[in-house]
Design a protein. Structure first.
Length: 456
């Protein structure tokens, strides 16, 4: 094991932003951004194929089914985030035994959760689709899609762990390659299953499941190739160490609650928008795509922060911790400013590409300034999420998100009634700013705990 404390660094060194740190951040972030940008391809392929089947119910079924899995799999995203933090710390500490045990525990948890999802697939799909609604034809096709795709659960969740491991070990190019493999397999499989085997809507879901299976097989082969050499066999007692398992469960629990709070904020935003009419609901949905576009870019720097902060915490290197936070925040702010400028200058053109309905276009253009401001309001919260995950200070992360959600609900209640949809967007902006503030005030304490004091 290797520890390299840097507490004696000079003030000049502490406050500088060496160019090699900028290079490290960009080298990590750029492949992650590319990997993130491959994600919409899966949905686009499914949508394109469904859109050419005989009847609109197929496209509606894929849309509903995709929404179900977005919520289900996003809810278990803690498997990726928690793995990145634990692996990055073991990587930074050069503790190969802890690194191996961390990834194996996470894989075991992913397979257990995946098996539970498969065992409960009938009630999960039934209640999810009932909650989403839709015509009988759409419900029927969505059910066929879901029952085929749900077999991806253990593989998709396992892929989260593989991705978390690769990010934690700063193997971002391999993470990009893994995502490309999944997408290529999905494209070939969906064309084969639908047009060659004539499986219809079920073929689209089965193709995505098969792609996740192939992605996990490829990812596990990578893990085997990258495995630390010369280690003694892992004893079951070490794998099921009570302290390590308790920490793993606590981290994943905190991230899960944090994710539920985040989903709850967007769900309430959509609910209050729907109360103002279909045009406002649709306009808000169009503008939230701007936030999604922005997240593809800024998440790259947040993931880089996870890896670099986790490695610094594992090595108890305070200087590296500070540089990781400063440089990733610097580039995130530049990225956020770039998105704001693009949205402000080209927002109406983007809206026109997302909808051709005049009423929706006009409403979206009216609230476009809020979507242009949101990247700057969101940048600190997005980036510091990665810092806290890398430091595995997930309990503080969860509490900050809960406070932010409470502030959002209060602001939405106070502003939406008097200011209408402008008030709703103002409340969402306040929510994003609050996320950043509630995390930023805790960074000094997180740094001391991760690099100079007791670690939870």
């Amino acid at each position: 094991m290797h520890n390299a404390p840097q507490d004696q660094a000079t003030e000049e060194t502490e406050t500088a932003l060496p160019m090699h740190w900028h290079g490290r951040v960009l080298k990590l972030a750029f492949p992650i951004v590319l990997a993130n940008l491959t994600q919409p391809i899966l949905g686009a392929v499914d949508t394109a194929v469904a859109g050419h089947l005989d009847g609109p119910q197929y496209l509606g079924g894929v849309a509903l089914g995709g929404l179900v899995f977005s919520f289900v799999f996003w809810g278990f995203g803690f498997l990726r985030m928690g793995t990145t933090g634990l692996v990055a710390q073991a990587f930074g500490a050069r503790d190969d035994h802890a690194l191996r045990a961390s990834v194996l525990r996470a894989l075991l948890l992913a397979l257990l959760i995946g098996a539970a999802v498969l065992a409960l697939q009938v009630p999960i799909i039934h209640f999810a689709l009932a909650a989403l609604g839709g015509s009988a034809a759409v419900q029927s096709t969505a059910s066929a899609y879901c029952h085929a795709r749900i077999w991806a659960a253990p593989f998709a969740l396992g892929n989260y762990v593989v991705l978390g491991y690769l990010l934690g070990c700063q193997r971002v190019r391999l993470a990009l390659v893994t995502q490309i493999v999944i997408n290529l397999v999905n494209i070939v499989a969906v064309l084969l299953f639908v047009y060659r085997f004539d499986w219809g809507i079920a073929g689209i879901g089965a193709a995505t499941a098969f792609a996740d299976f192939c992605g996990l097989a490829f990812g596990l082969a990578l893990l085997w190739r990258l495995r630390p050499r010369g280690l003694t066999p892992l004893a079951p007692r070490a794998l099921f160490d009570a302290t390590a398992l308790k920490r793993l469960i606590a981290i994943n629990r905190d991230i899960f609650i944090r994710t539920i709070c985040l989903l709850g904020s967007y769900a309430w935003f959509a609910h209050l928008g729907a109360r103002q009419g279909d045009a406002i609901l649709a306009a808000n949905a169009v503008l939230l795509n701007f936030q999604t576009f922005m997240s593809f870019g800024l998440d790259g720097f947040a993931h880089a922060a996870e890896a670099l902060v986790g490695a610094a915490a594992g090595a108890r290197d305070r200087h590296a911790f500070r540089q990781a936070v400063k440089v990733t925040l610097f580039w995130s702010a530049i990225g956020a400013a770039g998105f704001s400028i693009v949205f402000w200058m080209s927002g109406e053109w983007i809206i026109g590409k997302l909808t051709d309905q005049a009423v929706v276009h006009a409403a979206a253009a009216r609230y476009l300034p809020w979507a242009s401001i949101l990247p700057l309001a969101s940048v600190a919260g997005f980036l510091l999420d990665g810092v806290f995950i890398g430091a595995t200070r997930t309990h503080e992360l969860m509490k900050a998100m809960a406070v932010s959600l409470a502030v959002f609900l209060l602001a939405a209640w106070a502003l939406a009634g008097s200011l209408g949809n402008h008030g709703l967007w103002l409340a969402l902006t306040i929510f994003m700013v609050t996320r950043g503030i509630t995390l930023a005030v805790q960074v000094p304490a997180i740094e001391r705990a991760a690099c100079g004091g007791e670690v939870r």
